[in-house]
Design a protein around this ligand. Structure first.
Ligand code: HEM
Length: 481
């Protein structure tokens, strides 16, 4: 009888892939800087196309590039466990990493916290946080050296998530400001384990300097999160004491933290460890992704000033001059901005690598895949595949998403998945779209953006859970008349 890893290797014997050696697999290919490693990964996806196998230590990873296979992997119920490397996030109970069986209940109970009515009620919060961010940026006006706009968007999106989903105002809190850089650094340490087989062992990892650094960063984050969590818990207890909740009130959708604190499993509240895991997940997933994505959007607008002018014209035509009055209706009317966001997410999807694990034998295309095999999807190379996006796949062209040009009948639905796909897609995609639209609108109302970077420059992309740029999202800002 074959062991799980032997049967995983055996089924893949005829599938093409790079040279692999005992114990290390193909990880020798990934030595060097993060930028080089990500470059090699992307090159492999481009070279092998449809499907190839990659051995990471003793793990067999099936890499998928074909939208049909990706759709199967993301939607089939027996592929809904997360890949082994999500364990490195150390968020075992949060939505992103949890086991499929636990996840089903979590997702069902947390979905209402992202319903349309709750999101619309966040617009004023997002607007206030964006205005604060733009006001902070005044010190960068007309500077000779460009600055990395990510520093500002990271603080802004963290404040947004805390104020909306966690009901906690952390504006200008120095502890919280520290946390932004901390989350970014933690992501970089966690993702560095993926292509370094020596760090798969928790024991070896705990002996490294990176681990110690991670513990320190986590302790800082814990202080902020605990203040929020225990503060809100006490408030709810006081409210309950003053006015006990009736059945109807209890069933009303609440914001994320309240929904979590009311969540019950078999009549019992969740363990504190589970609640904390959910909180870290939502803070990381909600702020890191949106901050990086919006930084890419601002960089693209700075690079393509004709596109920026069109977005600005649309803003003026909807809001007139002066401070914009943002509502669900006006934001929905910003259709050109939406195309710009979609096109940026095509070229620079901030969650570029996602993975699943087969839970039982499953057929993917013409291959029978046993249980325990990791499936890896590279959203960045999928979105730049010339067979799916044409010869100009690498060119930034928001009109690609003009409803007159975009043909949903010929474009495979899984050729564009910036928010993932299937049941474990992004729970916050509408939240993220609102937040990004509002930040960009506030930025462009006040500033005209430019950058020394050009479309032909290499941005030095790398993977650190989210997509990173070596050059930084460097822009200049000039106040509009
Ligand atoms: C531009 C913004 C965003 C992008 C590009 C993005 C992207 C993604 C992707 C690709 C996934 C799937 C991960 C996988 O398959 O393993 C995901 C999942 C998730 N995202 Fe987002 N996300 C964004 C914003 C947000 C926001 C604002 C929140 C919350 C406030 C959020 C919370 C989550 C959660 C909790 C999951 C796990 C869902 C589950 O498995 O049930 N994301 N996101």
């Amino acid at each position: 009888k074959l062991s799980r890893s032997q049967s995983a290797q055996w089924f893949a014997k005829d599938i093409p892939g790079p040279q692999s050696y005992p114990l290390i697999g193909s990880t020798h290919l990934f030595l060097g800087s993060d930028e080089r490693t990500f470059g090699v990964v992307n090159e492999l996806f481009r070279k092998y196309g449809r499907m190839f196998k990659l051995s990471l230590g003793t793990k067999t990873v099936l890499c998928l590039s074909d939208p049909e296979l990706i759709q199967q992997a993301l939607t089939t119920s027996s592929c809904q466990d997360k890949a082994f490397f999500y364990r490195f996030l150390e968020l075992d109970y949060g939505l992103i990493s949890s086991r499929y069986t636990d996840w089903k209940l979590y997702r069902k109970l947390l979905n209402p916290a992202f319903n349309q009515r709750i999101l619309v009620s966040f617009i004023s919060i997002f607007n206030r946080c964006s205005e604060t961010m733009v006001a902070r940026m005044a010190k960068e006006e007309d500077r000779e050296q460009p600055f990395d706009v990510l520093h500002y968007t990271a603080q802004c999106t963290l404040e947004m998530v805390c104020a909306s989903s966690l009901k906690s105002d952390i504006t200008d809190d120095p502890q919280a400001r520290d946390v932004c850089g901390g989350i970014e650094k933690m992501c970089s340490i966690m993702s560095s384990r993926l292509f370094n087989v020596l760090l798969y062992s928790d024991l070896l990892f705990t002996m490294t300097q990176r681990y110690r650094e991670m513990q320190k960063l986590r302790a800082k984050l814990e202080r902020v999160v605990n203040d929020i969590l225990y503060g809100r818990r006490e408030e709810i207890a006081k409210q309950r004491h003053a006015q006990p909740e009736d059945e109807e009130q209890y069933r009303k959708p609440m914001v994320f933290l309240d929904q979590l604190l009311h969540m019950q499993r078999a009549g019992q509240e969740l363990e504190m460890q589970e609640i904390e895991s959910h909180l870290y997940t939502i803070i990381g997933a909600g702020s890191e992704t949106t901050a990086n994505q919006v930084a890419f959007i601002l960089l693209m607008l700075a690079m393509h000033t004709e596109v920026q002018d069109r977005v600005y014209e649309e803003i003026v035509s909807i809001y007139g001059a002066g401070s914009p009055e943002l509502t669900h209706e006006t934001i929905s009317a910003q259709t050109y901005l939406e195309r710009v966001i979609k096109e940026t997410m095509r070229l620079f999807p901030v969650a570029p690598l996602i993975g699943r694990e087969t839970m039982e034998t499953v057929r993917l295309g013409d291959v029978i895949v046993p249980a325990g095999v990791t499936l890896l999807i590279n959203i960045l190379t999928l979105h730049r595949n010339k067979e799916l996006w044409g010869e100009r796949a690498d060119v930034f062209d928001p009109d690609r998403f003009d409803p007159g040009q975009y043909d949903a009948r010929t474009q495979h639905p899984f050729s564009y998945i910036p928010f993932g796909g299937g049941p474990r897609n992004c729970i916050g995609y509408r939240y993220g779209m609102y937040a990004m639209k509002i930040i960009v609108t506030q930025m462009l109302c006040k500033y005209r953006l430019s950058t020394p970077l050009t479309p032909s420059d290499s941005l030095g992309l790398s993977f650190a859970v989210t997509l990173k740029v070596g050059t930084g999202h460097r822009i200049w800002i000039k106040r509009r008349a």
